[in-house]
Design a protein around this ligand. Structure first.
Ligand code: FES
Length: 201
């Protein structure tokens, strides 16, 4: 029989740890769950709660789900792209901040299409305060920038991640599909500056 609270706690923890992975081990009664596992578990919990809140209510039965559908737009032809020479287009509409570019980088890139996976497309509006990035492509670094307002620069080989400057969000990447020689824009990864929804029009 355990004689102190500490010994009783250690005995209970040992029993609870049987069969658990390392990141769920208990020590002196405290769960040693890693931060990563906590975030994963929290996300699952939140999603479950949200579903439970709406399930079975009158509102959930009467309001249809809203699914964003991007237009499929022909923006160029693979055979006509010249390496390091961006081609401009608007997407997903002709509205504010829709100016975008497609470019053949000449190096493998995240989200790249074509036989060399080097053709990518991005929105031209800086995510910091909306500075215009048209005309700032740099072939040497495969980047857009520096932004004329506060010098943010984005890496086009790595999904538009920030290289330097004031912004804290990546540049929205235009998702592409190749059909034969035709390049289609089919979606946007990331929120376009100045919009609360990429498809607000
Ligand atoms: S608007 Fe581009 S860095 Fe501020």
């Amino acid at each position: 029989m355990d004689t102190t609270p500490e010994k009783r706690t250690a005995r209970v923890s040992k029993r609870m740890d049987a069969g658990r992975p390392d990141n769920f081990r208990h020590e002196a009664g405290r769960c040693q769950m890693s931060r990563r596992m906590f975030l994963l578990t929290s996300g699952i919990t939140t999603a479950t709660v949200m579903v439970a809140m709406h399930a079975g209510t009158t509102l959930a039965k009467e309001v249809p789900g809203v699914v964003a559908t991007y237009p499929r737009k022909l923006i160029g032809r693979l055979s006509e792209l010249k390496q390091d020479e961006p081609l401009d287009f608007d997407y997903p509409d002709e509205g504010a901040y829709a100016e975008s570019m497609v470019v053949k980088l000449g190096v493998d890139a995240g989200g790249g299409i074509g036989p060399d996976r080097d053709v990518v497309a991005f929105n031209y509006t800086c995510t910091h305060q909306g500075g215009p990035l048209a005309g700032t492509y740099k072939a040497e670094t495969k980047s857009l920038g520096a932004c004329p307002l506060h010098l943010s620069t984005y890496d086009l080989t790595r999904h538009g991640i920030l290289i330097s400057g004031q912004a804290y969000q990546s540049l929205p990447q235009i998702l592409l599909e190749l059909e034969g020689d035709n390049i289609f824009a089919v979606g946007v990864f990331g929120l376009i500056y100045g919009r609360y929804d990429n498809l607000q029009g």
